[in-house]
Design a protein around this ligand. Structure first.
Ligand SMILES: Nc1ncnc2c1ncn2[C@@H]1O[C@H](COP(=O)(O)OP(=O)(O)OP(=O)(O)O)[C@@H](O)[C@H]1O
Ligand SMILES: [Mg+2]
Length: 257
């Protein structure tokens, strides 16, 4: 398998704490991979290191065959690696459609974004991009509120908007940090179906951190498990569900399988 994302022995130290300890894994083209583990396991830190928000203490990371350690987050996004954040991260005072257009232009230069969103010019490019973004809003089921302010949307819609923003940059790989956080079981299941559908229609690989085990088991081809900064297991949903190390790591927490 030629890896799209190749993470090799990355460590991240915060003072005396090894938040990540020699973690190695790969994500291939057209895969949906789950990254799970109890609270504080190092999942978000892993995303921060891969997306360039923080640098690893040691280790190598390549994306699409190129080293990405030391590159700025904006550069990494332009290479086709996009992410969402654990908390909703929409621009509340912009409309839903403007939010998605910002997402679309994170892969181009800021000046281009400014010229298209900010000024009345650039007719054709603007209309084309607008149509593409409306299509993404249709896919995530919130096109009917495209002209509402993002901050005024119900929470479930804001989470869907987050997915739309991340896919708008046409990424090769999208990393999602707890896309179903705060959703009820029904909404969470719908979110899983949405992510799977977006993966299939946009042909992007997905690396997903999520505590909702049902969602993870439903949509992931493979799952990797972190505990106290260490990768303790990797395998199919069935292998992970029955892995004694995983069951032990989750002991006392709610691993619902
Ligand atoms: N900037 C930081 N400075 C110091 N320690 C940090 C920092 N960021 C994270 N940590 C610590 O690193 C460990 C891993 O945190 P991380 O946020 O990656 O966990 P997580 O797996 O995402 O957990 P959760 O499921 O609760 O979101 C925790 O012990 C956390 O307190
Ligand atoms: Mg986290």
């Amino acid at each position: 398998m030629t890896a799209l994302l190749d993470v090799h022995r990355i460590s991240k130290r915060f003072g005396g704490l090894m938040a990540l300890n020699e973690v190695t894994f790969k994500v291939g083209t057209d895969e949906v991979i789950g990254l799970i583990g109890p609270n504080g396991a190092g999942k978000t830190t892993c995303f921060n290191v891969v997306s360039g928000n923080t640098s690893p203490t040691s280790g190598r990371i390549s994306f699409d065959g190129q080293n990405i350690v030391g590159l700025k987050p904006s550069r990494i996004v332009r290479m086709g690696l996009s992410r969402t954040y654990q908390a909703t991260s929409v621009f509340p005072d912009s409309t839903v459609l403007e939010n998605v257009m910002r997402g679309a232009f994170t892969r181009s230069e800021d000046s281009l974004f400014g010229s298209i969103i900010g000024s009345p010019a650039s007719g054709t490019a603007r209309n084309k991009e607008r149509a593409a973004c409306m299509e993404i809003l249709e896919q995530v089921g919130i096109a009917h509120v495209h002209d509402h302010l993002a901050g005024s949307l119900p929470y479930g819609y804001q989470r869907r908007l987050g997915v739309a923003i991340a896919f708008a940059s046409r990424p090769k790989l999208i990393m999602m940090d707890e896309p179903a956080a705060g959703l009820n079981p029904e909404e969470s299941q719908a979110m899983g179906a949405l992510i799977r559908a977006m993966h299939e229609s946009e042909r992007a690989s997905v690396l997903i951190v999520e505590h909702d085990m049902r969602l993870v088991m439903d949509i992931c081809h493979r799952i990797i498990v972190l505990d106290h900064g260490e990768l303790i297991a990797a395998g199919s949903p069935d292998e992970i569900r029955n892995n004694p190390k995983v069951i032990e790591a989750y002991l006392g927490t709610e691993l619902v399988t």
